[in-house]
Design a protein around this ligand. Structure first.
Ligand SMILES: NC(=O)c1ccc[n+]([C@@H]2O[C@H](COP(=O)([O-])OP(=O)(O)OC[C@H]3O[C@@H](n4cnc5c(N)ncnc54)[C@H](OP(=O)(O)O)[C@@H]3O)[C@@H](O)[C@H]2O)c1
Length: 351
């Protein structure tokens, strides 16, 4: 059952109420505030999670501006991911989770609140030794990167993968997943500090798109053959450079439009001359069954690599940790492209 952000009124908080990040009118970060709302109840096959930490995504910024409404039936509270403890089970749950389990959840909304409900198949166990803050940095970014590489791009050993916005939440996850697939990650980013972070995460090469032509650099690095796969969240402004450094039969996956979606030029002719393909991908609007398959595959193939003693060992990158009451500030940090990795939001200690 989707949770409602209906106001809980001015009476003191009781067990039916909780705090959540909220906005009444679309607009800037100043519209955000913490609101007392009705606590959700788990529906058929759903689990109620007491949230310890959530994280911020570009989708939250778009939704706040009124440009990315939640899918039908989803919570109108912000937050696409959360980590916390299981505190309730809806009817029909199949026994995968029990009260007290530490979990992280992929959500269609509602994560930036003290409680959230999620289908039981959209939860994953928090890897041993990991804090809730670290775990909150995993679901949306890592499942997006995993989906792009494994389900859409079908990356293979030895392939060269160009990852734009390499120091973003998704980018730093993608670098590590490319290494896990024994392929070669190459990145772009806008500052030297960000490029350093991508190198630490495993990037074989990185180029500052602000002061060098990344396509020339990528061609030089790959000795003229180009990359087999491009993970592109930038869109319009990169199309020519992407095509210039894409290999014959290369795959170009567009999953974000940070620079806009307009293309002016002979895109089809350039694409055809390389027998290249364009794919697009959105995770949030995927149906429940698809997300269950994705979460299951990630849990089996990737999650064990977050534990100590594994090689390569994967790690979530946390840029900064903020309290729920600093929600407006978190949006400003992301909007100014300041973060390296994930911005995590902790729930109030008293909750
Ligand atoms: N399709 C999906 O299912 C899905 C799911 C999750 C996320 N996404 C998309 O994935 C992207 C990354 O998300 P995130 O939350 O990981 O982002 P993030 O951590 O906020 O990082 C985004 C980075 O992109 C770079 N950037 C911003 N505008 C740019 C522009 N015009 N040209 C080039 N680079 C630009 C900035 O880094 P620099 O300083 O390096 O420029 C910025 O810090 C977003 O576009 C998001 O919408 C898509």
């Amino acid at each position: 059952m989707a949770q409602s952000a209906e106001s809980a009124g001015s009476a003191g908080r009781n067990n039916d109420k909780m705090l959540a990040a909220y906005f009444d009118c679309p607009g800037g970060p100043e519209n955000l505030y913490v609101k007392e709302v009705i606590k959700p109840h788990p529906g058929e096959g759903e689990v109620l999670v007491k949230v310890s930490a959530s994280a911020l995504n570009r989708a939250d910024l778009l939704q706040r501006r009124g440009k990315y409404p939640p899918p039908k039936g989803a919570s109108d509270i912000l937050g696409l991911e959360a980590a916390g403890s299981v505190v309730g089970l809806g009817p029909g749950c199949k026994g995968r989770w029990k009260i007290g389990d530490a979990v992280m959840a992929l959500l269609s909304g509602g994560g930036q609140a003290e409680y959230v409900t999620a289908p039981e198949g959209h939860l994953m166990p928090v890897p041993g030794g990991m804090t809730f803050v670290q775990a909150a940095a995993i679901p949306e970014a890592w499942l997006t990167a995993f989906q792009l590489l494994r389900f859409v791009g079908k990356v293979e050993e030895g392939e060269r993968v160009l990852i734009h916005a390499g120091a973003s939440g998704v980018g730093l996850a993608a670098i590590q997943l490319v290494r896990l697939a024994k392929a070669i990650p190459i990145v772009t980013a806008g500052t030297q500090e960000k490029l350093k972070a991508t190198a630490n995460a495993g990037a074989a090469a990185g180029f500052n798109y602000k002061n060098e032509d990344f396509s020339e650099k990528v061609l030089a690095f790959t000795q003229g053959s180009g990359v087999d796969l491009i993970l592109d969240c930038v869109g319009g402004s990169y199309w020519e450079k992407n095509l210039a450094c894409l290999s014959t039969d290369g795959r170009w996956i567009v999953y974000g439009l940070l620079s806009g979606g307009e293309v002016h030029g002979d895109l089809f002719a350039r694409l055809l001359s390389k027998r290249a393909s364009i794919h697009t991908s959105l995770l949030r609007s995927r149906d429940k069954e698809y997300k269950e398959r994705l979460v299951k595959a990630f849990t089996e193939e990737v999650l064990p690599h977050f534990s100590e003693g594994t090689s390569p060992r994967l790690q979530p990158f946390v840029d900064s940790v903020h309290s729920l009451h600093e929600i407006a500030e978190t949006h400003r940090v992301m909007e100014e492209n300041k973060n390296i990795g994930k911005i995590v939001i902790e729930m109030p200690a008293s909750s």
